[in-house]
Ligand binder design. Structure first.
Ligand code: NI
Length: 138
């Protein structure tokens, strides 16, 4: 386990009260864990800005009856196959499909893949979760 260091911090009383209300809603039991998560989130955002090797998940909801749309989704995934680890396809109902594309690679390539998929006409919803490989985080 990493060595823990205590440090003091000054901030406006009302801002601290706001933070305490906020983390209570998010079910944190103490400020330290909430602050750790904020720091980690920011470090992960920086990894993505710095075009580091990262991981993430892209989700798509679309109607598979639009054949042209399905072909485009497949073509784009084959073009960018080097940053795709796996794809899971779920048939939601008679019309709709839910696809989860797990990615790993340079952040710029993954962002590019997401933008290409999201902008296809007929995609009803596209989601994007940016994560880290964890190597640069404590
Ligand atoms: Ni389907």
């Amino acid at each position: 386990m990493a060595k823990l260091v205590r440090f003091g911090m000054s901030l406006e009383e009302e801002l601290l009260a706001q933070f305490d209300r906020h983390i209570q809603k998010k079910k944190y039991t103490n400020r330290s864990e909430a602050i750790r998560d904020l720091i980690r989130d920011d470090l992960v955002k920086q990894e993505w800005r710095d075009n580091k090797e990262v991981t993430g998940a892209i989700t798509l909801v679309y109607d598979h009856h639009l054949r042209e749309l399905v072909n485009k989704i497949l073509d784009i995934q084959h073009d960018d196959h080097t940053c795709i680890v796996s794809t899971q396809h779920i048939h939601l109902d008679h019309h709709h499909c839910f696809e989860i594309i797990v990615t790993k690679g340079k952040s710029r390539n993954i962002e590019g893949l997401y933008q290409k998929l999201k902008s296809i006409k007929g995609v009803k919803h596209a989601g994007f979760t940016k994560a880290t490989l964890g190597n640069d985080l404590s």
